[in-house]
Design a protein around this ligand. Structure first.
Ligand SMILES: NC(=O)c1ccc[n+]([C@@H]2O[C@H](COP(=O)([O-])OP(=O)(O)OC[C@H]3O[C@@H](n4cnc5c(N)ncnc54)[C@H](O)[C@@H]3O)[C@@H](O)[C@H]2O)c1
Length: 365
C-alpha cells in the first residue's frame, strides 16, 4: 500500500494527466491513498470535484504532492522545478526518454529516487506496452499534422495529400514501420495519399505488406534508397526506435536539401533525439521551423495535443504496472521482468544500458 501522487503536468501545452478516475478507483480498491494536484485533470476533462468524488485527495501544489507521496505518477519527464522535489527512496513512474536527456539522467540519479520509464517497460517479445498507446496517437496525428502544414497558408507547398480525381495525390514517406509508422500509414492511406514505409526489419516489412494488402510500398531502410526517394516526398514522418537508445540519424542534411521546397517533415522520434539530422525539439506553441525550404515539426509530446484521448489511453496501459508499484514499491520490479526493464535509475545510479550508453559514463554518477 502506498501514497500515490499525481502532479499537474507543467511542460508547454501539456494537458494530459497521469491518472483517470478509473485509475483512482483501482488504486483505492487496493488500499492506497491518492493525492492529486489541484486542476491536474482540467486539461483532460477531469475536474477536482470528480477526483474528490472518486476518493482522491486534492492538494494545492506540486510541492505538497511530491512531499506526501511515495510513488509519483506523471506523464512527461520531470522539469527543472520538479527534479529537486524528488527524494531518496521515492518512486517516479513516467515517460523519461533519458537517452535524449543525459543531464536530466544524471540529475535524477542524484535525487536517489527510483525512476521507472514507461517507454522502456518491455515484454519478453520485445513489445513496449506503455509506449504503444501514445505511439498509436502520435502516429495518427503525425499524418494529420503533416497534411495541415502542407497547406499553403501554413507554410507548406499547398498539396492536398489525397489529391482529387484527375490530380495526383501526395507522397508520404514513413521511416520506421513500428507502431507510430503503421498508424501514420493508416491515416495517410485513409486520406488517399501514396505511402512508402522504410524499415530495417524484413519481418516487419512482410507484416506491413500483408496487413495493408499491398497498398503501401515497403522498402528496406538503406541510406541510398532514402536518398533516391526523398526528392519525391511531400511529407516525411520519422518513426524509428531502438529502445532506450538515441535514434540513429538516418536522413542527412544533404537529403533535406534535395527535397521539394514546402515539403514537410514530422520527426516523431525527436523524443529520442530524432532520426533527421536537421530536427530539433519544438513545442506545441512554436511547433515548426524551416531548413532549406523544408518545414520541420519536432514536438516531443505530440499526444499532448489530444489530452482527452491520450489521458484515457495512457492510464489504460500504465495502470497494471502502477498498481504493482503502489503495492510493492521497487520489489515489484524485482518480481516482474517487464517492469524491471523500465527501471532507468535506482540507488543513485543510472542502470538502463541504453541510457548509460547515451550518458557515456560508468554506472555511478
Ligand atoms: N513525439 C512524440 O510525441 C512521440 C509519441 C510517441 C512515440 N514517440 C516516439 O516515436 C518513435 C517510434 O516509436 P514506436 O512505438 O513506433 O516504436 P516501434 O519500436 O514500434 O517501431 C520502431 C521501428 O523502427 C524500426 N527501425 C529501427 N531502426 C531503423 C532504421 N535505421 N531505419 C528504419 N527503421 C528502423 C524498427 O525496426 C521498428 O519497426 C520512438 O522514438 C518513440 O519514443 C514519440
Amino acid at each position: 500500500m502506498s501514497k500515490v501522487g499525481v502532479p499537474k503536468e507543467i511542460l508547454d501545452n501539456e494537458y494530459r494527466v497521469a491518472l483517470t478516475l478509473a485509475g483512482v478507483n483501482a488504486l483505492l480498491a487496493e488500499g492506497n491513498t491518492v493525492y492529486v494536484e489541484k486542476n491536474a485533470g482540467a486539461g483532460s476533462g477531469i475536474t477536482d470535484e470528480e477526483y474528490k468524488a472518486a476518493g482522491a485527495k486534492i492538494l494545492p501544489d506540486a510541492a505538497a504532492v511530491f512531499q506526501e507521496a511515495d510513488v509519483i505518477f506523471k506523464v512527461k519527464e520531470p522539469q527543472a522545478t520538479e527534479v529537486p522535489m524528488l527524494r531518496k527512496g521515492q518512486i517516479l513512474y513516467t515517460y523519461l526518454h533519458l537517452a535524449a536527456h543525459p543531464k536530466l539522467a544524471m540529475d535524477l540519479a542524484k535525487t536517489g529516487a527510483t525512476c521507472v520509464a514507461y517507454e522502456t517497460v518491455q515484454l519478453p517479445n520485445g513489445a513496449l506496452p506503455l509506449l504503444t498507446p501514445m505511439s498509436e496517437i502520435a502516429g495518427r496525428l503525425a499524418t494529420q499534422i503533416g497534411a495541415n502544414y502542407l497547406e499553403r497558408p501554413m507554410g507548406g507547398r499547398g498539396i492536398l495529400l489525397g489529391g482529387v480525381p484527375g490530380v495526383e495525390p501526395g507522397e508520404v514517406i514513413i521511416i520506421g514501420g513500428g507502431v507510430v509508422g503503421t498508424n501514420s500509414a493508416k491515416i495517410a492511406l485513409g486520406l488517399g495519399a501514396r505511402v512508402t514505409i522504410f524499415d530495417l526489419s524484413l519481418d516487419r516489412l512482410r507484416y506491413l505488406d500483408d496487413v495493408f494488402g499491398g497498398q503501401v510500398r515497403t522498402v528496406f531502410s538503406i541510406g541510398k534508397y532514402l536518398e533516391e526517394i526523398l526528392p519525391s516526398a511531400d511529407l516525411v514522418i520519422g518513426a524509428v526506435l531502438i529502445p532506450g537508445k538515441q535514434a540513429p540519424r538516418i536522413v542527412t542534411r544533404d537529403m533535406i536539401k534535395n527535397m521539394k521546397k514546402g515539403a514537410v517533415v514530422v520527426d516523431v522520434s525527436v523524443d529520442q533525439g530524432g532520426c533527421i539530422e536537421t530536427i530539433k525539439s519544438t513545442t506545441h506553441s512554436a511547433p515548426t521551423y524551416e531548413v532549406d525550404g523544408v518545414l520541420h515539426y519536432g514536438v516531443a509530446n505530440i499526444p499532448g495535443a489530444v489530452p482527452w484521448t491520450s489521458t484515457r489511453a495512457l492510464t489504460n496501459a500504465t495502470l497494471q504496472y502502477g498498481l504493482k508499484l503502489a503495492k510493492s514499491g521497487y520489489k515489484a520490479c524485482l518480481e516482474d521482468a517487464a517492469l524491471m526493464k523500465g527501471v532507468n535509475i535506482h540507488g543513485g545510479e543510472i542502470v538502463h544500458p541504453g541510457v548509460l550508453e547515451a550518458v557515456g559514463t560508468p554506472a555511478a554518477v
